[in-house]
Design a protein around this ligand. Structure first.
Ligand code: FES
Length: 106
């Protein structure tokens, strides 16, 4: 089962297991991870699931055009490793993904 570790600004971390084919936003909401809002339910139209991905832990396909557009409107600054967590779906059972949660989503 994939795991995802959410790192917060205060240095605290929360690691959760997630079902294969579940996205990183839904795993956060299911496990009460603070800082991930997911207002649009995963349609890449709200930007409230923004995370910074540690690329050493998983390679994802590049963002779609819609995700690229939405990343320009996130509350926290966009960085080179910014992604919408609703668009991140680990596909391998042993994946250990690490993401940093921004200090604000709205
Ligand atoms: Fe709205 Fe990801 S949940 S963009």
């Amino acid at each position: 089962m994939p795991t995802v570790t959410y790192t917060h600004d205060d240095g605290s971390q929360q690691t959760v297991e997630m079902a294969v084919a579940t996205n990183v936003m839904r795993a956060a909401l299911a496990n009460q991870v603070p800082g991930i809002v997911g207002e649009c339910g995963g349609s890449a139209t709200c930007g409230t699931c923004h995370v910074y991905v540690d690329h050493s832990t998983e390679k994802f396909t590049p963002p779609s055009g819609d995700e690229e557009d939405m990343l320009d409107w996130t509350a926290a600054p966009r960085a080179g490793n910014s992604r919408l967590s609703c668009q991140l779906v680990p596909i391998q059972a042993g994946t250990e993904l690490v993401v940093r949660v921004p200090d604000k989503q709205v």
